[in-house]
Design a protein around this ligand. Sequence first.
Ligand SMILES: C[S@@+](CC[C@H](N)C(=O)[O-])C[C@H]1O[C@@H](n2cnc3c(N)ncnc32)[C@H](O)[C@@H]1O
Length: 370
Amino acid sequence: MSSPTGEAGPWSRHDVVARVTAVLGSAQEARWLVDHVEAAIPSAGGATVDSRVRCDLLAALVARRQAGEPLQYVLGHWSFRSIELGLDRRVLIPRPETEQVVEVALRALGVLGVSGVSGSLRRVGLAEPSGQAPPTGASGTGRQGRTVAVDLGTGSGAIALSIAVEAGSELSDLTVWATDLSAGALGVARANREALIDAAGATLPGSIGEAPGPGRAAHPGALWGRDQERQRGEPFSPGAVRALRSLQFAHGSWFDPLPASLRGAVTLVVANPPYVSRTDYPRLDPGVREWEPELALVAGTGTGGVGGTAEIETVVRQAPTWLAPGGTLVVEIDPVQAYGAIDLARRVGFSAVRTERDLAGRNRMLVAVR
Ligand SMILES: C[S@@+](CC[C@H](N)C(=O)[O-])C[C@H]1O[C@@H](n2cnc3c(N)ncnc32)[C@H](O)[C@@H]1O
């Protein structure tokens, strides 16, 4: 297909969406792609835009989609909870189940998050484990008056940035750390942090929004124009902006790059490590296997003999050293790995261990309190 828009004429959104829908078979995707093009090449003050430039960009995006590239990479950004994240092939596309991981992590910090604890947990079917009361506030606070949350394997920064935005307004002493073995992933996460701070600056009372200038928010998925306006919900609070600014990135394997001063002082460790087994990897959907980073997906067999659990094991084994007494570990897992993960967490000394379910009712998170 040479052009999704037919021969160049005046830009007609209705016609263009219809043509792209016919090509891709999805009206929703067509609208997202056209939204993206209109945001990238705006029609300033009602002036006629250069339809040819828009058509060329749209044709390029549609061709990428036709080649099987995930929509999120084609758009270069995607929503995660209350924030918009820039994405490219250096990072995993954040999944809906990871939004629930953040919900559980926020609850461990005693924070409601964007959707409110009780309503949201009821909606996603996360049952309170029998006989265990929901926490009423952050436990495991490290040094006096200090709340430290660590996101291991941060990728796009989805978890760390959401915690900073959603917990930062309520916990004035919150510091978030984010680690990753991939320098590329940390580059994306850092750019996302900058874009969120820029977006917050544009929405705080009295400030004037501006497109990023040279050297600012240089990530290809960085948000500007209408994309930036898609940051959902209320404008960020000053506490959220403070938490974003103080967020620390560290390059290395799991806990290794954290400063020794955090040993025994961390309130919350949250991780979504790679957990696809080497056996299952070739059977993944090509849209995942051929486009998303293998480092983000695949893990070796753990000591218990279950495929894909090697990295989960490392995180669970090392977490007690870093958590403060009463601190919580939240790890996303494959449901088939739940029993092994629970068993390991008990063996390494966690006092309360349970799993939480995803939207499909499968055990998707290990939750362990030191
Ligand atoms: C499943 S992705 C999760 C990304 C992001 N946290 C999310 O939930 O969307 C796993 C992440 O762990 C990182 N990773 C893999 N091995 C690692 C290691 N040994 N230490 C730290 N990070 C690692 C990958 O680069 C990737 O960003």
